[in-house]
Design a protein around this ligand. Structure first.
Ligand code: 13P
Ligand code: SF4
Length: 350
């Protein structure tokens, strides 16, 4: 009897393995989602990723909504977005879209900027807890103190900041236009807030005197020069490109430093075949897709921003079903913050 069972198991094993392998392949190909909570009823049910995507697209149409996603978002979120881009491209899009609703897949300050620029629209941020630690490093009170120490010196504020901080600023900038924004000002001295690394990077090619806020991006700050040096030795033919949010010791090693969208242009037009990438891992999705003949190596496994990875397809679906969480900026902050953003938008990209 025992022998028969063993024989049976031996005969059916390959069949079971084949079915399992097929199932696994199916799960991988369809990105099977096991557990989904309905945004309205709260009931849990199983849905395939493709079905979630279809439902999101249907709801976007029904709500006359546009889905904007930052270049650091999860691959599957970038895949279904109407527009993917860097902070500057997304601000421009938020300011000109004809949609009634903006579903912002990014972090809180980006959704705030969208609301500042388009107050008549509903701006949804599918995860309200998707914040930016750098933006939280400067408060309105702190900036007021700094301004008091440097009376009359204009404040250039990186968009990675709260609406309240923007409201106290003369002009905003992103990593794609910071150099031009600084040069557009007639003053010879500026206060640069909150990213000390972007500020120092811009100051290298500017004749102006900079006073920096001591903020930084914890994700980019994690990249260590030893990691880059080791990869450059291992791949001597590769170009190293990084985001200016990286530490100056990292930028000094770079063949090119620019915003995330700048990286797409650079890698597409460069004759090089291999690139070491010094920015958040989400950028790899489009880089690989747009350049199938080129190789992209993430400079460190630590280059993952936990905040940028929070929003899932399930969150987007729930957000569109419930039309929450909404981000809206109160008028007395929105108006001066909009002035700083509008001044920035009038300056061309670097
Ligand atoms: P950008 O290239 O969009 O400026 O990205 C930097 C960033 O960290 C956004 O949070
Ligand atoms: Fe903020 Fe850095 Fe994350 Fe961008 S990557 S959202 S700057 S913590």
């Amino acid at each position: 009897m025992c022998g028969d069972v063993l024989l049976y198991v031996a005969q059916t094993r390959p069949l079971i393995d084949a079915v399992r392998a097929k199932k696994d392949r199916f799960r991988m190909e369809t990105n099977y989602f096991a557990d989904l909570r309905d945004g309205v009823t709260g009931k849990r049910h199983i849905m395939y990723q493709q079905d979630i995507k279809n439902e999101i697209r249907d709801l976007l149409k029904k709500r006359n909504a546009v889905l904007l996603a930052h270049n650091y978002m999860r691959d599957e979120v970038q895949e279904i977005a109407d527009i993917t881009g860097d902070s500057l491209a997304l601000s421009i899009e938020a300011a000109k879209t004809k949609a009634d609703v903006i579903v912002f897949c990014g972090v809180h300050f980006m959704a705030e900027s969208a609301s500042i620029l388009s107050p008549d629209k509903t701006v949804l941020l599918p995860r309200l807890d998707a914040g930016c630690p750098m933006a939280d490093m400067v408060t309105a009170e702190g900036l007021l103190e700094m301004k008091a120490r440097f009376p009359g010196v204009p404040v250039v504020t990186y968009v990675n900041s709260t609406a309240a901080v923007k409201a106290l600023s003369d002009i905003c900038c992103t990593s794609a236009n910071a150099g031009r924004v600084v040069e557009s000002l007639p003053e010879k001295e500026i206060l640069f807030v909150p990213d000390r690394n972007l500020g120092r990077f811009i100051a290298k090619t500017s004749s102006k005197t900079f006073h920096y806020w001591d903020g930084f991006c914890p994700t980019h700050e994690r990249l260590r020069p030893e990691e880059v040096i080791r990869l450059k030795e291992e791949y001597p033919d590769a170009l190293f490109i990084c985001h200016p949010e990286c530490n100056p010791a990292i930028s000094a090693l770079a063949d090119h430093a620019c915003s995330t969208s700048g990286m797409y242009d650079y890698c597409r037009t460069s004759p090089a075949k291999r690139f070491i990438i010094g920015t958040e891992a989400g950028i790899l999705y489009r880089l690989k897709k747009e350049n199938p003949d080129k190789e992209f190596i993430l400079a460190s496994p630590a280059l993952i921003c936990p905040n940028m990875k929070l929003i899932s397809l399930e969150d987007i679906l729930a957000s569109l079903q419930t039309m929450t969480p909404e981000v809206r900026v109160v008028e007395d902050i929105r108006i001066p913050a909009k002035h700083a953003l509008d001044r920035m938008l009038a300056v061309p990209r670097d």
